[in-house]
Write a protein that binds this ligand. Sequence first.
Ligand code: TIU
Length: 220
Amino acid sequence: MTTVAHAKPAPYTFDARRTALVVIDMQRDFIEPGGFGEALGNDVSLLAGIVPTVARLLAHARAQGWLVVHTRESHAPDLSDCPPAKRLRGAPSARIGDVGPMGRILIRGEPGNAIVDALAPHAGELVIDKPGKGAFYATRLGEELAARGITHLVFAGVTTEVCVQTSMREANDRGYTCLLIEDATASYIPAFRDAAIAMMHSQGGIVGWTATLDSLLEAV
Ligand code: TIU
């Protein structure tokens, strides 16, 4: 067993053999100019800064033999899994399915839907395409984790208060013991990132635990 002594709100203990790292949506659509994140009016440079930290976290998870899971927010080319309520929301400069500089926005198989090169999945790692914000909604993730006896999930990725928070809440309700790596997650709205982290570990860890990457690395 491994214990992260400096986790909030209390030490976080896990068994590496039953732990998965879940990296949420580190795809070009959100991190590079010309994708969905920028179409929504965001400064995407705010997310690129965590790539080296997520890379260090991935290297650690691989070295420790954890299961590694990558997710991508994505839709089928015919948009059959994209509700109009999602596609028609707001007034973005381009909508899901429209053609942008990295191909069709948020569509599976398009260049923009790829995970950024520095964090590319390795052979044997799970890649989960998800049509919603949560990683469990309309995906095979729950079955894949259950088949491997996973009980603990360590989260990273973007954006903290949207897809990361939704996925960690889904996981919490499904009985997983969750840890969010604070400096391996980012938001277009930094105050929302900080608030989401505080929400997770408040009230005795109502959603789960949080810790810095250095705290996790010290634990082993
Ligand atoms: N807009 C925003 O902050 N996020 C998303 O649309 N998706 C994810 O968080 N992946």
